[in-house]
Each structure stands twice: as C-alpha cells, then as structure tokens.
Write a protein that binds this ligand. Structure first.
Ligand SMILES: C[S@@+](CC[C@H](N)C(=O)[O-])C[C@H]1O[C@@H](n2cnc3c(N)ncnc32)[C@H](O)[C@@H]1O
Length: 440
C-alpha cells in the first residue's frame, strides 16, 4: 500500500489520570482506536478488513462496543483532513481531542464517552447541533482554520474541478446509506414488509427496482428476501450502469470485469423483468470473485450466467459475437470514498495515474467481442476524467468503427454520451459510464 499522509499523535493511556468508570472506558476505547489506526496507517490492511480481523480476535466486544469502535474509526478517516489540525492545539492529549471532535461532528450517540474524551483532553466540543460540520468545528477551535477542500487529500484536487470542491468534499464526508435492488419480487411490497420489521426502507424515485435500507448496518442474513436472492445490495450509482446498458430480453452479453457479479446480476434481472434474461458470460482475472458471483447467481435462481475467466491476454470469448459488452474497469475507486474513507489517505496520485493505460487496453481488447450494431459500455467508479472521458476519447480516436451514443443521465435528465454520477446528486457513490456502438 502507498505511503500514508496520516501522522498519528502519540498517545500513552497509562500516563493519564482517570476519575470515573466512564473515563476508564473512554481510555480503553481510545487505546484500541489508536492501535487500529496505527496498524491501518502502516499499510497492514484497509480499515474494514482490519476491523473484521480485530473483532474476530477480540470476542469480548459486544454489539455496542463494536458499533462505537467501527463508527468512530470511520469518522476519524472521514474528518481526518480537519482532525489532523488538532495536533497543533494547546491540548496535552490531541488524540483524545480528535476522538471527541469526531463524535461531535457525527452526533454519535455515546455522548458520555465523547464527553469523557473531551474532558480528559481539556477541549470544549459543545456546538449548535443544527449548524454545519464546518461551523461546528470552527466554533470549537476558533484559532484554527478549516475548509471543505482539506477533507480530501491535496493530490486529488489536480484531477478534480475546484469549483465543485465544497459539494464534493461535503458529499464524500457523509455516511452513505445502504442501497439495494430487488429481483423477481415487487419492490413496494418488500419496502412495506421491511418497514414493518423496523428497517427504514424507502423506494427510489428514479429506478423502480431500487430501494434504500437506511444508514444503520443490518445483518442481511436476517432478511428472508436477501437469503432467497430477491434482494441484492448495490449502490444506486452502480445501478446506473445496468440501466445505461439497458439489455434487451434474450440478448447475448459479456461482462468482462465481472468481479463478484454486481452488474452481471443486475443485467440478468433487468432483462428477465422484460420477459427473458440475457445469456451472460462473466469474466475476471480473479477466479475467487467469479466463484462468489456463481454463489450469488445460484442464490438468485439465475441459470443464464456462465463464467469464462481471463487467464491470459487472449480473449476468453469469441470475437464479434455479443449484442452487448460491459467493461466495468479496475480503477482508483475515488467514487466510493464515502464507503471506504480510509482509502483517500492511504492512496496517492498513482491510484489514478497508474490506471488509464490498463483501462484503455482492457477496453480495446474487450471491444473485439462486440458484433456490428452491438453495444459497448465502459464504466468506472472513479471521479477522475483521466480514467473516464479521456480513456473513452482515446478509444474512439483509435477505433473509428465505434461511435458514442447518448444516454439520459437518470438523476439530472441531461442527454449525454458520457455520464458522470456525482455523489451529491442522489446520495450515492460516484460513477462514470459511456455507451458506444460498433458501426462496422
Ligand atoms: C470495478 S471492479 C468490477 C466490479 C463488478 N463489475 C461488480 O459490479 O461487482 C473491476 C474488476 O476488474 C478486474 N480486473 C482487473 N484487471 C483486469 C484485467 N486485466 N482483466 C479483467 N479483469 C480485470 C478486477 O479483478 C475487478 O474484479
């Protein structure tokens, strides 16, 4: 993993005098979080994997502890661009000041612990609940200066439009909701059933098979619809890709970078809903991901998907044979930074600059499988033009037998041949998609 710009302040819990059981607990959480953050910063593992391992090895933590540790850890990454400035405040305990401030910025429920952190750090984290996060942190630390741009790493701004800085940084700092998609059942009936079970499900206004399950983590295996393969977790932005592919019943599609199959399943469900599922070939260079895809397809009762792993540079499928080819290319994943807030600090500019050549290569090779009149769709979950429009433009310039086709941006209604879904448009991840066709 790349060099991390996270510099943790020193923290020695034993040197701190505590005077209540709350403070004892607060210090214990602080020690655990410091260790986790330090391990992640040293590049041992991404935050979600590190936490999963930690909980597996430390069974003593109940659900409340786990929630506090998980949400605080993710909040630290989400707000790190501001929190790191607290290292320069007068407090003897900057780490505790950071923890208290993260809890304040996200209105965490464990007020007693947040107050204990603030008390031990000697900082005041009382700020108007209704104020914006920027106003609140500025009120608490008036001698420091904060701005939205600092919430994303400096290197990112060379690839982004600064005029969007506030919208983009604000949206990428919010806790994401869980988006899902139904297949083979009535979405609105499921929404009512989930609400009756206490899950704050809400139907999407844009896609008639999409719904959100709210912000709290859910044990999916508790949901019959999930166990039966009728409900799939898929971010709303990712769902845009299948909608732009718009597979017709009975067509032949190739999902070239299928991974664990999020889009393969969606293409199957969309065409099935119109009468007949597409015949779909799913490929990837990771055989384990394809195994997971097959498991999900079995759970959903889908029999239309076959796998063909990429084992070499050669195409794993026949040329000029497919009505549709989807290239959901490996990318910097900057559009998913809300979900994995540690990545913005663990990656560097090479996460973007390393990719375009590979993306163009995969797109070019995959395009050979499109038949005349067929559709080629290129997608990424990157927000960088270098991995998106620039790759498509280079491909079209080198392959005049393909031309761009317009699609309607589902969230803005604009007609475009290249669509960027920004995270602030519909409370989703960020994605890019371009639709093309083979003329000859
Ligand atoms: C964005 S992910 C795909 C996500 C997947 N389509 C989904 O909806 O769940 C990109 C995938 O490309 C795969 N990949 C990376 N390099 C590749 C290559 N050279 N050829 C084919 N697949 C590749 C990765 O293993 C990864 O699964």
């Amino acid at each position: 993993m790349a060099h991390s710009p996270i510099t943790l302040p020193a923290f020695d819990a034993q040197a701190i005098t505590v005077s209540s059981s709350q403070e004892v607990r607060a210090l214990s959480y602080a020690r655990t979080l410091h260790q986790l953050m330090s391990d992640i910063q040293q590049g041992k593992l991404p935050a979600d994997k590190m936490l999963a391992n930690y909980f597996r090895e430390h069974k003593k933590h109940g659900s409340k502890d786990r929630r506090l540790l998980r949400e605080t850890l993710f909040a630290l990454f989400r707000w790190w661009g501001w929190l790191n400035k607290l290292a320069t405040t007068d407090t003897q305990q900057p780490w505790l000041a950071m923890l208290a401030t993260a809890a304040m910025l996200e209105n965490h429920k464990w007020q007693d612990i947040a107050m204990a952190w603030a008390h031990l750090a000697g900082v005041n984290i009382n700020a108007e609940d209704s104020a914006t996060p920027l106003t609140r942190i500025q009120t608490c630390f008036p001698t420091l200066s904060f701005d939205s741009k600092a919430l994303l790493p400096d290197w990112f701004w060379q690839f982004a439009d600064s005029s969007q800085a506030q919208q983009l940084a604000d949206s990428l700092s919010q806790r994401p909701p869980i988006w899902a998609r139904v297949q083979g059942i009535c979405r609105d009936k499921l929404v009512t059933e989930l609400q009756a079970e206490g899950i704050p499900a809400v139907a999407s206004k844009v896609f008639d098979d999409a719904l959100t399950l709210g912000h709290k983590s859910i044990n999916l295996n508790d949901l019959a619809a999930y166990r039966n393969g009728k409900l799939e977790i898929q971010d709303l932005a990712s769902q845009v890709i299948g909608q732009v592919c718009a597979p017709k019943p009975g067509e032949k599609w190739w999902d070239t970078c299928a991974g664990a199959g999020g889009k393969s399943l969606q293409l199957s469900a969309l065409s099935q809903a119109k009468g007949k599922a597409v015949t779909l070939t799913a490929s990837d260079i990771r055989p384990q991901a394809l195994e997971e895809l097959q498991k999900r397809a079995r759970r959903a009762g889908l029999r239309n998907i076959q796998v063909a792993p990429w084992r070499s540079d050669a195409l794993p499928v026949a040329t000029a044979e497919f009505d549709g080819v989807l290239v959901d290319a490996p990318c910097s994943c900057t559009g998913t930074w809300r979900r994995n807030p540690d990545m913005r600090w663990l990656d560097n500019a090479s996460a973007i600059t390393d990719k375009p050549q590979l993306q163009l290569d995969i797109l070019t090779r995959s395009s050979q499988a499109v038949k005349v009149g067929g559709v080629l769709v290129y997608a990424t979950c990157s927000l960088a033009q270098a991995e998106n429009g620039d790759v498509v433009d280079a491909f079209l310039a080198a392959n005049p037998e393909f031309k761009a086709i317009d699609s309607v941006h589902p969230f803005t209604g604009e007609t475009q041949s290249q669509i960027t879904v920004w995270p602030y448009e519909a409370d989703s991840d960020g994605m890019f998609v371009a639709r093309m066709t083979r003329k000859a």
